[in-house]
Every structure is written in structure tokens, then in C-alpha cells.
Design a protein around this ligand. Structure first.
Ligand SMILES: *Cc1c(COP(=O)(O)O)cnc(C)c1O
Length: 349
């Protein structure tokens, strides 16, 4: 375990974590000598193969630097400028991508839908499609879900299958933001294909960064026709790494011996431990159901303030007083016990 550089920052996000040993070791191996550039190297070929194996079938795979690029370029590949993307009102594509999906699609509009626990519902999608069908309104073209969601819940296989069927009924494409896809797989105990390919997902943005890499996400097209000319889109957007092996070797490290799933299981278990501890503190109210690696809780203002004064970092994310505590592959029992002890003291025992 590396030493914490900024103590207390581990609960702010899973992207405060270091690279995991498996991805770090793979980069070291990839650093042994010269190698072909722009993805024409064995590491990239191997990473593509491992991702296809993970999803048990053919897919077109592209590697980009971050999730904003992955989501916005994937969405742009499915939309004309007069189309609309249906997503949840707390979706990362809406709240945290600075308008990149609209920018890269030359103006495709995001239509925001409500739904319990950060999840879209088939009824909500159907309502959004049917309330306006006239020429004056942007035409719904894509449904975008986040798995695991921004609120640390997951969609079950059945929920996704129902959304997939709704998409087909209305002629909509199906996009999945999988920045925390591994956490969803770990939480649900399913095979990756069961919550993607099998339920009709056309394109998945597969998260590497929060799972234990240093940089990088993969765009996985199950509908390979959609991947036509996608390489040009990536290049134009500044997302084609010339020393591609440094972006793809970490994927090999994560995927070849199952570290991706171990990392996600660890992060989810850390969140479960933190949640149980917070539930035992009467002044703290745990918010919503948790499936993945974040715990949301309402803390009295004075308690949150005292924790921050002690150096703990966490975001106020939903509602007033709702704090998000995010765990990662690197979160230790000691980290959790320390923040719980400080919370108990701040809350008066
Ligand atoms: C972190 C995250 C992303 C990717 O964010 P970048 O900072 O662009 O890498 C995408 N979707 C969700 C739900 C996320 O939490």
C-alpha cells in the first residue's frame, strides 16, 4: 500500500486512489523498449482481446483518456444535431461534463428524466418519447444509463432488459456510462455480458480510472456498425494517444488476472463496512440504498465541519446535508475505522 500523500482525501472520490499494483506492473512491462505507436502495438491488441473476452463476443474497442471523452464521443457517434439523448437528471453526462456531449454532437440536446435512485424507468422513457412527436421538438435518439449509478445503486438485469426492450420499441439507441461498471458487476454478481450485450446495450463506456488505472477509459461498441469512422472522431477530439501502450497496458494488467473484479469487490466491501459503521451512529442518517462503492449520508453540519477540520475530504452531493463518501480499491479498514471514530467523537459518542 503506498503512503497517502494527502491524508483524508480517500473518501472524496475513487479517482483519488493510486494505480493498483496490477496496472502499475503492466506499465513497467510495457516500458521495456520501443514499440509501435498509435495503437499498432501488442499491448493494445491484447487489451482489445481481453475486453472482448470479458464480454464474451465481438466488439469494437477504442481507448480514450477519460470518461467525458468516452461518453461524449460515443453519444455523438449515435446522434445528429437535431436528436435528443434521454438521461437521468443526475447523470454525469448532464452534471459533470461541461456540455461535452452537446459540443461533440454539434448540439444534440440532453432531455433529463427523473427516476428513483438515479435510475431511469421504461415508463419514464416512454413518456418522454410520447409527450412530443412534432417537428418542433428534438427527436429522442439515445437512452443513456449509468451503471453503477451516480447514487451508488445498480440496475438489475431485468431493469436493463426492460429498458432495452423500450429502446427497441421506440427506435432508440442504448448507451451505458460504465465509469463504475466493475462495481456494478461485483455488486450484482453477474457476468459482464448479462448487463450489456444481452440486454441490448449498443455501446458501453468502460471505466478504467476509478477501477485502479492511472488514466483511461474504453469505448466498447457491441453494435459494431456504430463504430464506423469512430477512430477519426477520437483523433479529431485529441483522444488518440501516440504512445498508446501506456493507455492500454494497464488494461491488460487489470483484466488478465481478474484484478478489475477484485478491485471492485474490495471497494464495494469497504463501502459496506463504512455504511454499517455510519448506521450505528444515531446522529447520522444513511441516505438511499447502496449497492456500489459510495455511501450517502446526512450528517449534522457541525459534525461535517469537524470532520473537514480534521482533514477528511468528501463532497456534498445530493440535497442539503447529504455527504458522499466514496471508497476505492485502495480504501483500508483502518481508513474506515479512523473516519468512523472521528465521526463518533464529533457526534458526541
Ligand atoms: C468519473 C465519472 C465519469 C468520468 O469522468 P472524467 O472525469 O471525465 O473521467 C463518467 N461518468 C461517471 C458516472 C463518473 O462518476
Amino acid at each position: 500500500m503506498p503512503n497517502a500523500v494527502t491524508p483524508g482525501c480517500q473518501f472524496a472520490s475513487d479517482n483519488t486512489s493510486p494505480m493498483c499494483p496490477a496496472s502499475w506492473a503492466a506499465v513497467e512491462r510495457a516500458n521495456a523498449g520501443c514499440e509501435s505507436s498509435y495503437g499498432n502495438d501488442p499491448w493494445t491488441a491484447r487489451a482489445c482481446d481481453l475486453i472482448r473476452q470479458m464480454f464474451e463476443g465481438h466488439a469494437e474497442v477504442f481507448f480514450v483518456f477519460n470518461g467525458t471523452a468516452a461518453n461524449s464521443l460515443a453519444l455523438a457517434a449515435m446522434c445528429q444535431s437535431y436528436h435528443a439523448i434521454l438521461c437521468h437528471e443526475v447523470a454525469h453526462v448532464e452534471t459533470d461534463e461541461c456540455g461535452a456531449p452537446e459540443f461533440f454532437s454539434n448540439g444534440t440536446k440532453l432531455l433529463l428524466l427523473p427516476g428513483p435512485g438515479g435510475r431511469l424507468t421504461p415508463d419514464g422513457i416512454t413518456h418522454a418519447v410520447e409527450r412530443r412527436r412534432d417537428i418542433h421538438y428534438p427527436k429522442p435518439r439515445v437512452v443513456s444509463v449509468t451503471q453503477a449509478t451516480e447514487l451508488s445503486t445498480t440496475y438489475s438485469i431485468d431493469e436493463l432488459a426492460a429498458i432495452g426492450a423500450t429502446c427497441r420499441r421506440h427506435g432508440l439507441r442504448f448507451h451505458m456510462d460504465g465509469a463504475r461498471f466493475a462495481n456494478a458487476v461485483a455488486a450484482l454478481g453477474v457476468a459482464p455480458r448479462q448487463i450489456t450485450r444481452d440486454v441490448g446495450v449498443d455501446v458501453l463506456c468502460l471505466g478504467g480510472t476509478k477501477n485502479g488505472m492511472g488514466v483511461g477509459e474504453a469505448v466498447v461498441f457491441f453494435d459494431t456498425a456504430l463504430a464506423e469512422e469512430f477512430a477519426y472522431r477520437c483523433k479529431q477530439a485529441g483522444q488518440l494517444a501516440s504512445k498508446m501502450r501506456y493507455l492500454t497496458a494497464p488494461w491488460v494488467g487489470l483484466l488478465e488476472n481478474g484484478a478489475w473484479l477484485e478491485n471492485a469487490r474490495h471497494a464495494n466491501a469497504a463501502a459496506a463496512r463504512l455504511e454499517a459503521g455510519l448506521r450505528s451512529i444515531p446522529a447520522v442518517e444513511v441516505l438511499g440504498e447502496r449497492h456500489a462503492n459510495a455511501v450517502f449520508a446526512r450528517l449534522p453540519d457541525a459534525v461535517a465541519e469537524e470532520l473537514r477540520a480534521k482533514g477528511w475530504k468528501f463532497y456534498n452531493f445530493i440535497g442539503s446535508g447529504g455527504c458522499r463518501f466514496m471508497c476505492s480499491w485502495a480504501t483500508t479498514d483502518d481508513d474506515i475505522d479512523a473516519i468512523l471514530a472521528d465521526t463518533r467523537i464529533a457526534a458526541g459518542g
